[in-house]
Design a protein around this ligand. Structure first.
Ligand SMILES: C[S@@+](CC[C@H](N)C(=O)[O-])C[C@H]1O[C@@H](n2cnc3c(N)ncnc32)[C@H](O)[C@@H]1O
Length: 266
């Protein structure tokens, strides 16, 4: 996925296994948004659309559009459509608009596309005067949960199946440092940017439960390139490598770094 923005293919059921844990950073991001006067908003990489519609309600948005390019996610999202909320197919890496949005929102989606300075420039161009940008990206590429999958992808038999070129970790390749995002928002003309690194602690019954989490997100890039009969062997090899790194911890505290950023157009 890194280096391009290919059409994504997701499993909404797998992703939603950790719905509560994944929702917390979304609501922390929404808390950064100043209420009032948000007539037109967009949620880029909206996924299943449930949070998109809930955010439209909480912020009193006049009209919210969710954009995603996964047919499976959009099929789910349409269930949350109504007069003030709709969902469309689109590529967030190229998305922009003509200074007519009061809010551009993107939760846990920007990491999937490259060139964040260029992408943020297009998103900021979509803001009306006083328009707000609110974005959250994971920043946990140096955690064992990511490193283990990179290791397995570079090991046989999987390395050969990827033609010696396994898909890179998009978080490692695409996500910038908090200070780089702060500088970028400032240079794009957003006043008083708020950027912070936050660690979310998820308590799982066992360290092995991390496998269920990553199956719904970061492992999807390997599934897209492997034949279906190799998905389970890949997951098993990943599980073995992960537990070799983490040990069998019961319970397990999954410390997950994320970057939250907000800025407002002058
Ligand atoms: C981790 S999910 C987050 C979904 C939602 N924002 C949430 O907070 O639950 C990432 C979403 O980004 C979408 N996505 C990834 N790359 C995309 C692209 N280039 N264009 C549009 N959507 C993309 C995926 O299809 C997926 O639904």
């Amino acid at each position: 996925m890194a280096g391009s923005s290919t059409r994504s293919d997701w499993n909404p059921e797998q992703y939603e296994q950790f719905k509560a844990q994944r929702a917390q950073p979304f609501w922390d991001l929404i808390d950064l948004v100043h209420r009032g006067g948000i007539e037109r908003a967009v949620d880029l990489g909206c996924g299943t659309g449930e949070l998109t519609a809930a955010a439209a309600d909480r912020l009193g948005v006049g009209h919210m559009t969710g954009v995603d390019n996964s047919p499976a996610m959009l099929e789910r999202a349409h269930r949350h459509g109504r007069v003030a909320v709709d969902f469309v197919d689109g590529d967030i890496s190229r998305w922009t608009s003509d200074g007519d949005h009061d809010l551009v929102l993107a939760n846990a989606a920007l990491q999937w596309v490259p060139d964040h300075v260029g992408v943020l420039e297009r998103w900021v161009a979509a803001l009306a005067p006083e328009g707000q940008l609110a974005v959250q990206v994971p920043a946990n590429h140096d955690h064992a949960s990511h490193l283990a999958s990179v290791h397995v992808a570079h090991s046989e038999p999987f390395a050969s199946m990827f033609g010696g070129d396994p898909p890179a970790d998009p978080v490692a390749v695409n996500v910038l440092t908090p200070e780089a995002y702060a500088t970028t928002l400032h240079e794009l003309g957003l006043g008083e940017p708020h950027v912070r690194l936050q660690v979310y602690g998820h308590v799982f019954a066992s360290s092995a439960d991390v496998v269920e989490w990553t199956k719904g997100t970061s492992l999807t890039r390997f599934f897209k390139r492997l034949p279906p009969e190799m998905h389970d062997p890949f997951v098993q090899a990943y599980r073995d490598e992960l537990l070799a790194r983490l040990g069998e911890q019961t319970p397990y505290f999954y410390a997950f770094k994320r970057i939250l950023m907000w800025g407002r157009r002058a």
